[in-house]
Design a protein. Structure first.
Length: 341
């Protein structure tokens, strides 16, 4: 099995139907699965990779350089292992924003449909020819020194977080690992208040040294799908029983969206790890049939050579992406044969 970065980069153009329509072909790796079904975040990562390739086509007319700003996907049928085509249709090309539609096709069946919003990459610093009026009217982004900046929700420094086993059947676990933030997990009340969401967090690491979360935005789609599901986090008198029950369930995604935040500058990236990220989950609104929503934030991780004695490390981290899912819950045995929900 190839690392996820190699799998995503293997997409190739097989058809150009017009200047604004393309088809890319790839392969759904048999090991990037859980409960016998391909991981939804992995499929979305492939779709985003295909959309990015289409924007690089000279005939697309897209503004360059561009960067993904948002993707929303609706899962129509379960994807399967094997060849997969991505049909790209460029819907809009603007001076700043562009919209691309992506359909994943297997065996003449449309499994997932998504729309990707791209934006023209803006310079880090305002141009020298910017007028005083433009400078005055521009909305300045918050910095780590701003009193309104968001504090990284991770509590335990990555060097102090112990490795944690995967409680779900991830067939790709030889390529990744995570260290759960037990300080957040242990703050969960023993009796869940209906008004309180469930929280979970972990430090995730790609073992492939070529992985780069700053220059491979598709990896953020995968990361937004890496978390413990709510049934594994609900308070229980018997932890083993709760874990066993969680492993017997499958959580098919119905709608999946990822918002990509502005990445650190090249200079700032030296302070962060390229292969490690913080994952923070908030889950609530569990409805009949296990329909629930999950919100996962992907945060930067301090560079490997930084000491945990730096008490201000949480203030220095940046949020890279926010993933939102609407999912349902079914017995995991159905994942082996269910094509439609």
């Amino acid at each position: 099995m190839a690392p996820i970065g190699s799998s995503l980069s293997s997409l190739r153009l097989v058809e150009r139907r017009s200047n604004l329509s393309y088809t890319y072909r790839g392969e759904v790796d048999h090991e990037w699965t859980g409960a016998s079904a391909p991981l939804g975040g992995y499929i979305i990562a492939m779709m985003l990779s295909a959309a990015i390739l289409s924007q690089a086509e000279p005939s697309s007319g897209a503004q360059k350089p561009i960067t993904p700003a948002h993707i929303t996907a609706h899962f129509l049928s379960r994807s399967s292992i094997g060849p997969i085509d991505f049909h790209i249709q460029i819907l809009r090309i603007g001076k700043t924003w562009s919209t691309v539609e992506v359909k994943s096709i297997q065996k003449d069946r449309n499994n997932v449909i998504a729309q990707v919003l791209f934006r023209k990459t803006m310079p880090t610093l305002p141009p020298h020819n910017e007028s005083p009026a433009e400078k005055q009217s521009a909305i300045k982004p918050m910095t780590s020194r701003s009193g309104y900046s968001i504090l990284c929700p991770m509590i335990t420094h990555p060097k102090l977080a112990a490795p944690s086993p995967f409680t779900r059947v991830f067939n790709f676990r030889s390529h990744v690992r995570w260290n759960e933030d037990l300080a957040i997990i242990h703050r969960q009340p023993m009796t869940q208040d209906a008004t309180e969401p469930i929280h979970w967090a972990a430090w995730h690491e790609f073992l492939d040294e070529s992985a780069d979360v700053f220059n491979q935005p598709a990896l953020l789609c995968y990361l937004c799908d890496m978390f413990k599901n709510f049934t594994q986090l609900l308070p229980s008198d018997d932890d083993e029983e709760a874990t066993s029950h969680g492993n017997q369930l499958w959580f098919p995604t119905l709608v999946f969206s990822v918002r990509f935040l502005a990445p650190p500058t090249v200079t700032e990236q030296q302070n962060f790890s390229r292969r490690r990220t913080g994952l923070h989950l908030t889950s609530k609104f569990n409805e009949p049939n296990g329909v629930h929503d999950d919100v996962l934030e992907v945060w930067t991780c301090p560079n490997e050579d930084q000491s945990p004695n730096d008490f201000g490390w949480r203030h220095k981290q940046r949020c890279l992406a926010v993933g939102t899912q609407l999912a349902t819950t079914v017995p995991s045995r159905r994942a082996t044969f269910v094509a439609k929900l």
